[in-house]
Design a protein around this ligand. Structure first.
Ligand code: 4AD
Ligand code: MG
Length: 431
């Protein structure tokens, strides 16, 4: 009896018969011998089917297999140092499960729109599979780090009555007789929760109706948002650099095959260790001017500015203390310079842009109330958030890390659309 296993584990059965359940990735054949590349989600293995060994009937079943046909193959595990993964299967039996005719994604190059239209199939290819695997490990690394550091996970609502970041980017929907919006960020809710649990985080989708069509923007993306009571700006940055360094080192340790499939230069990732360099917004503007960029104090950075700044370092770069007027209403002003806030953006190396936005939050009731007025935010929908400053308010800080930008950077892929299983892009809701 052959043991049913997966390609990842065949090495444990050298010299024995195994059964593998998968899909045909590719094949080469001559009249006497077929080389069937089987994939099963855990890897790809070559199954060698010899006519004189398996007999006419089994050989013909193999010959009938087409790309992405599902199939169960039984055979003996043979060590082969030339093979990808180090093993091959000498086929004994082939059981076709379901056919796959005229599979649209061939092994040649396809255009991006075609691939996005076929995203449900595109995810089967080795590169896309590798990205999804790394995404899963990034999520695991984040949860491990946060659990080890005694953060409690709290899940905020997706349907909200108000905006967190920017009122122009809200997705509107109806909530019976009321207006509702899809969440832009769980931050306000984790701020409430940290006053109950101390250190908390949320992880889930965020929605931004941004009309941006760049390699860094998704309409629906995922964010992890840690929030810490009794935490200042300085400690907030330390947590962030440790968090990011942990994620990268976990991926290096657990995804070497996937990084190889993607052709990622691992030496670049190995440099990602805490502490990370820091530059103030003021100094960043001066540096940009000195390097020929057209920018003035008070201007927001565009992608070219961020890329230029980040390119000067081989680790992620914190840019801290932005002008108050550029940032969200809830950020704590610097005590000595109220024109800047205690915030930081973390810019990834290699042009991947801002992967984290974070800040110390305003904890003073009257200052926050004043900000609501300055930003024309309706007092009634935010009353609960103000309440937090009325009942035992404390300095607190937190941040939001965008999963897809972080994953795109770690994987070294060009665009965030490949870092999420089914991307929601400007004018793309299918599949
Ligand atoms: O800088 P943002 O807007 O910050 C917040 O939402 C805060 N409320 C987070 C917090 O302090 N709890 O977004 C945080 C991160 C960005 O740095 C970026 O990585 C990612 O979320 N992000 C996007 N990723 C993909 N597509 C988009 N449209 C994104 N917008 C933000
Ligand atoms: Mg931001």
């Amino acid at each position: 009896m052959a043991i049913t296993t997966t390609i990842k584990h065949v090495g444990e059965y050298e010299g024995q018969a195994v059964t593998l359940q998968g899909w045909l990735y590719n094949k080469r054949s001559s009249g006497k011998i077929q080389f069937l590349q089987l994939r099963d989600g855990t890897g790809i293995i070559q199954c060698v089917c010899v006519r004189s060994e398996v007999g006419e009937e089994v050989f013909e079943r193999g010959a009938g297999l087409t790309q992405e046909a599902s199939v169960i193959i039984t055979g003996d595990v043979r060590k082969d140092d030339r093979a990808q993964g180090g093993y091959e299967i000498s086929v004994r039996n082939i059981q076709p499960v379901s056919p796959s005719e005229e599979y649209p994604i061939t092994l040649k190059e396809h255009g991006v729109d075609f691939l996005l239209d076929h995203r449900h199939l595109w995810i089967r290819t080795p590169r896309q599979r590798a990205v999804l695997k790394i995404r899963s490990e990034v999520e695991r690394a984040m949860m491990d780090f946060l659990a080890e550091n005694e953060f409690t996970r709290v899940d905020p609502p997706v349907l909200t009555p108000s905006s967190c970041e920017d009122t122009t980017e809200l997705f509107h929907t109806e909530y019976f007789d009321e207006d509702a919006y899809l969440t832009q960020s769980g931050q306000m809710y984790v701020e409430a929760a940290c006053m109950s649990l101390g250190k908390v985080y949320s992880m889930g989708p965020a929605f931004r109706a941004e009309k941006s069509k760049t390699r860094r923007h998704l309409i629906e993306f995922w964010m992890v948002e840690p929030e810490m009571a009794y935490c200042n700006h300085e400690t907030n940055l330390q947590v962030q650099e440790q968090f990011v360094a942990h994620i990268v080192s976990h991926v290096i340790g657990h995804c070497s095959d996937e990084l190889k499939t993607l052709g990622r230069d691992i030496s670049k990732l190995e440099k990602i260790q805490a502490p990370f360099p820091r530059i103030s917004y003021d100094d960043a503007v001066t540096w940009l001017k000195d390097h020929g960029h057209d920018i003035e104090w008070g201007d927001d950075f565009g992608a070219p500015h961020e890329t230029a700044l980040a390119d000067a370092y081989d680790k992620p770069l914190f840019v801290e203390k932005y002008p108050t007027k550029l940032k969200a209403f809830y950020m704590q002003p610097d005590e000595n310079r109220p024109e800047v806030v205690l915030c930081a953006d973390l810019l990834a190396p290699e042009g991947y842009g801002e992967i984290i936005g974070g800040s110390q939050r305003i904890h003073d009731y009257s200052l926050l109330k004043q900000r609501f007025e300055e930003h024309n935010l309706p007092a009634d929908t935010y009353q609960w958030y103000l309440d937090l400053r009325k009942f035992g308010s404390v300095p607190h800080s937190g941040f939001g890390l965008g999963l897809e930008r972080t994953i795109a950077w770690i994987c070294g892929i060009e665009h965030v659309r490949e870092a999420i299983p089914f991307p929601r892009l400007l004018y793309r809701l299918y599949p």
